[in-house]
Design a protein around this ligand. Structure first.
Ligand code: SAM
Ligand code: MD0
Ligand code: SF4
Length: 368
């Protein structure tokens, strides 16, 4: 294969000229620090073009750590005896969400394991979940993202009616063989279809990749294609965080470089979308490098005194209060970034719901 030169690729990226598969793979595989910094600089320039110096801050309520599934990578997996199991009551969830709203977050993310009490308990279970969303929306007035795993379409419709604006449900990988090793006994098609359905009922959708679990560069490029076809308004990646007592623990932690390269390439391919820098991978110490790679959302902000655990970093930086709006301000300043206003976020959401829901998917950067 002819040697690929970085300059023309970055020039195409800056002018939003679609990149070829080989060019994208070249960027993903970069290891030279100076070259990677040039890619990150291009990513930051593109982020600035659409978002100036603004970042969006998402408050998290991990309200149940019970799960009916056994994902090979996950702390909440049903057979992990080491998982700290809890299920917050509706009033506790509302209390925590209101406290988060007070700190200035622009969205409340309600995350749970696929808790059988909600998802395998017939109408009553679904109703309790819908009620939690309704109460959080009513009491905070904030945009709400739900991350409940796979739910029936009818239930998703009710969750949207109750106030859920976003649906997050990550495929992890679009390589079906790898998917089967990650999300044990879970249908690939079902998990994909409910996201597509969410789009048809006007919800904003987040798609996500898990890296460092046997994925190859071609898998990641294929995932970018799937994200494009889905029209996901928020796209993310997270490095695998090994969990004691789980099947993939022996894989160990991947090198962060791939996650950072992916964030930058996502910014180049989807310049006008939301791309998280998750605190649930490396905590506060990992925030600046993820933002410098082009991310523009800080996720997994968790209040320190509420008995909540993250899903990949169950305790890191939580009790210390580092995963709070106040706790991240220095890192934001170091990156030359400031929190966006709630009005700006709501306006962005409204625009996307109007424009991306229809055929006009905006100028995509993939040339296929
Ligand atoms: N149960 C819901 C679900 O599976 O969609 C929500 C739980 S949480 C948001 C699920 C996501 O967290 C997974 O899709 C995965 O991307 C991420 N995650 C879970 N365990 C992880 C780990 N050990 N390392 C990195 N990411 C992890
Ligand atoms: C995060 N632990 O952002 C959360 C989660 C749920 N919508 C996202 C993966 O890191
Ligand atoms: Fe359950 Fe979600 Fe973890 Fe899978 S990723 S074990 S569905 S909480």
């Amino acid at each position: 294969m002819a040697t690929i030169n970085l300059d023309p690729i970055l020039d195409k990226a800056l002018h939003q000229i679609p990149l070829a598969r080989e060019e994208i793979k070249f960027l993903l595989k970069l290891s030279d620090p100076a070259q990677r910094e040039r890619v990150f600089l291009t990513a930051r320039e593109l982020r600035g073009k659409y978002f100036e110096d603004k970042v969006f801050l998402y408050g998290f309520v991990y309200f149940s750590t019970y799960c009916r599934n056994d994902c090979a990578f996950c702390y909440y997996r049903k057979s992990n005896s080491l998982c700290q199991r809890y299920r917050k009551t509706a009033s506790e969830v509302v209390d925590i969400a209101c406290a988060l709203a007070e700190t200035g977050v622009c969205l409340i993310d309600l995350t749970m394991g696929e808790d059988p009490a909600y998802l395998s308990n017939g109408f009553e279970g679904y109703e309790s979940l819908i009620e939690i969303v309704r109460l959080v929306k009513k009491n905070t007035g904030l945009p709400v993202m739900i991350s409940p795993g796979v739910v029936p379409g009818e239930v998703l419709k009710e969750l949207k009616k109750a106030g859920a604006d976003w649906y997050a449900c990550y495929q992890e990988t679009h390589n079906r063989r790898l998917y089967k090793k990650l999300r044990l006994d879970q249908s690939y098609g079902e998990r994909w279809a409910i996201k597509v359905y969410a789009k048809t009922i006007g919800m904003l959708v987040e798609e996500g990749l898990l890296v460092g679990v046997g994925d190859a560069a071609d898998d990641i490029v294929n995932s970018f294609l799937e994200m494009k076809s889905l029209g996901a308004e928020q796209v993310r990646t997270m490095s695998f965080v090994p969990q004691h007592g789980t099947p993939l623990y022996s894989l160990g932690s991947p090198d962060d470089r791939l996650e950072l390269n992916i964030i930058a390439v996502m910014r180049i391919l989807f310049p006008d979308r939301l791309i998280p820098a998750s605190l649930d991978v490396k905590g506060i110490l990992g925030l600046k490098e993820r933002l410098d790679a082009g991310a523009n959302v800080v996720t997994s902000l968790i209040p320190p005194d509420r008995g909540l655990v993250g899903v990949s970093q169950s305790t890191l930086d939580i009790a210390e209060g580092y995963r709070t709006v106040r706790g991240i301000m220095l890192a934001l300043r170091d990156c030359g970034l400031t929190p966006a206003t709630l009005e700006a976020y709501v306006k962005w959401m409204a625009e996307k719901q109007g424009r991306l829901g229809k055929s006009d998917v905006g100028k995509e950067m993939l040339c296929w």
